[in-house]
Design a protein around this ligand. Structure first.
Ligand SMILES: Cc1ncc(COP(=O)(O)O)c(C=O)c1O
Length: 405
């Protein structure tokens, strides 16, 4: 049977049996649980329980009614879509009609693939910033198209180099897939760069699929601009959002797509086939989260404390160039002056007992870098101790190689 698998799926390795490039899936990662500290899973406070009490309460009450045993519409509960329309207006500056412009998806990963599948097919080329979320590259491949990596500007905090995007466009280019804020670099793309990119998208008649899973945890008052709200972009953009990251509600598996009526009509038409419907109980949790989102601000304050802690522990190490996180609950370190990032990840695992991500998983521009989830574990002190152990290994390597600041 395996020879009958479609060409575009060949070479895709499953996490259950082998080491995968996306390091946080499958048995190989999960089996380390309890043996080492997992700082490679983008799930805030993992593995500690983190359901805000008001959400726990509505869930308990909902279970008693028995209603969650039933489907919602495949496009998601109208009540939730109405609440999301309010959030989209206030936070994203997007005017979305809850009946026509929003669809709820079982997590944003499946939403992202669903969104991409409507535009991308065999023979197409898709521009993907490098480094970025590994799914952006693999999804394009699974759809039979070619991902064209476009390097981000490392010297400018990994902002968009729109000239590089323009140079990469060919007659086959169909779309750009952007993760904004970017995972793994935490970069919040600035208005100027996004406006320039939007002009390119319009001029070259492209689609933009923008994954905003980390939009709700941006620090230091940095402006977050939703590309769909820029001139000419509403009808060209599919916006993909999630409750997994800032809200820390990943286990509920709720995401949502936002798009123009004509694009959304296609998603609505295909929803029952592709998505089924998102878990009813989870949609109840999401509704409560958006109605009473004060806990999100608490999470952001906790992420900021973790960010400062990681900065204190890791930024001064010889040979380490740390990017001060602009969003999220992880950090991105260029350790290329100390050697190969895969070897460094292995040494951190063996010597410090901490699993972190090799930058190579995020595109060729990620080679020589590490991604460390400083926001995992509920206990801040335990997280600090793990960071100290990582710092010990990096300092040790710097000493061995006589790398000076
Ligand atoms: C950039 C980005 N987008 C999407 C996702 C998927 O999130 P969800 O839990 O909504 O499927 C992740 C999860 O790691 C992510 O990092």
């Amino acid at each position: 049977m395996s020879v009958k698998i479609a060409e575009r799926y060949r070479g895709v390795e499953g996490g259950l049996f082998s080491k995968v490039t996306k390091a946080d899936v499958g048995d190989s990662f999960a089996s380390m649980e309890g043996q080492v500290t997992l700082m490679g899973w983008a799930d805030p406070f993992y593995p500690d329980p983190a359901i805000p009490p008001h959400i726990q309460k509505v869930l308990t009450e909902a279970v008693k009614t028995g209603f969650p045993a039933h489907y919602t519409m495949p496009i998601g509960s109208l009540e939730l879509r109405q609440e999301l329309a309010v959030k989209l207006k206030n936070f994203n500056r997007i005017c979305a009609d809850p009946r026509r412009n929003i669809i709820i998806t079982p997590g944003s990963d499946s939403g992202l693939f669903f969104a991409m599948s409507a535009f991308i097919g065999p023979g197409d080329e898709v521009l993907v910033p490098d480094p970025s979320y590994p799914n952006n590259f693999l999804n394009v491949q699974l759809l039979g198209a070619t991902a064209v990596p476009v390097p981000l500007d490392r010297e400018n905090g990994y902002q968009l180099d729109v000239d590089a995007f323009a140079r990469a466009v060919t007659a086959k280019t169909k779309a750009i897939v952007l993760t904004h804020p970017n995972n793994p670099t935490t970069t919040v793309f600035c208005r100027e760069g996004l406006e320039e990119l939007a002009r390119l998208v319009v001029e070259k008649d492209l689609a933009l699929i923008v994954d905003q899973a980390f939009e709700d945890s941006v620090f230091d008052g940095i402006e977050f601009v939703s590309p769909a709200a820029l001139p000419g972009m509403w009808e060209r953009t599919v916006t993909v959002c999630s409750i997994s990251k800032g809200m820390g509600l990943s286990g509920f598996r709720v995401g949502y797509l936002v798009a123009d009526d004509r694009v959304m009509d296609v998603f609505h038409g295909a929803a029952v086939n592709v998505l089924g419907a998102t878990n009813t109980l989870s949609q109840i949790a999401a509704l409560e989260a958006f109605r009473h989102p004060a806990f999100l601000q608490e999470n952001i304050r906790a992420f900021e404390r973790r960010r400062d802690m990681a900065w204190e522990e890791l930024s001064g190490i010889p040979g380490v160039r740390m990017y001060r996180p602009e969003s999220a609950f992880y950090c991105w370190l260029d350790v290329s002056a100390l050697g190969d990032s895969t070897e460094i990840v292995d040494r951190i695992l063996k010597e410090a007992g901490v699993a972190v991500n090799d930058g190579k998983a995020y595109g060729s521009q990620g080679a020589g870098c590490l991604r460390i989830i400083h926001g995992c574990l509920g206990d801040e002190e335990a997280a600090r101790q793990a960071l100290k152990r990582i710092a010990g290994v990096l300092n040790g390597i710097a000493g061995e190689r006589e790398v000076k600041q």
